[in-house]
Design a protein around this ligand. Sequence first.
Ligand SMILES: *Cc1c(COP(=O)(O)O)cnc(C)c1O
Length: 222
Amino acid sequence: MIVADGLAHVRQRMATACSRANRPVEAIELVAVSKLQPPRLIREAYQAGQRIFGENYAQELRDKARELTDLGELQWHAIGPLQRNKAKYVAEHAAAFHALDSATIAEELDRRRRGPPLRCFIEVNMAAEPSKRGVLPGMVPALLAKVRPLQNLNVVGLMCLPPAAEDGEASRPYFQKLLQLARSLGLAELSMGTTFDFEVAIAEGATAVRVGTAIFGERDAT
Ligand SMILES: *Cc1c(COP(=O)(O)O)cnc(C)c1O
């Protein structure tokens, strides 16, 4: 798969979804999810104009950030669950964190962060799936109250990863509920939608979509 083509196709699908939803394309950040993909492909995407890259594993993010320092405008977004002893890598290298789900991690990130506040999304486990990370919808206000006073973090919105399904349409009610929850808490941003359902997410108000496979092709199973 040629990364520039994958990227162009995703951008085109985003543009179509935006025009259907009557939303400007600039309202949506495309996070190119590069986890388990080699730095060479990140360079290809960068050359094709992509600037925001999403990584799930903190050490992999750190290693790639060190290797790709010459790509001056590149922004890393950490999108996966984080352990306390790895929070320093995210605090040091990331511009945003999409999977905040505990006050302990928030405090560690706050303690380690230098420079501009880390943009954070609270991850919400919308369907209360035992296998999933994230806080239950009813627990979001309590976490938010603990995180808001931290000066080196800036909670901008909510994130979710709906249950696996046959069809991206199945994600729609979860995206709608996430939007309502964010509005009720005065949060402006919504990180929702992957290769599987990003057009539905855009229709339902996503401000960031996290797309990997449609840009880079399949990841090696590890
Ligand atoms: C892997 C991953 C994605 C991207 O998934 P694709 O199906 O490859 O687009 C998005 N969000 C999270 C949290 C992920 O772990």
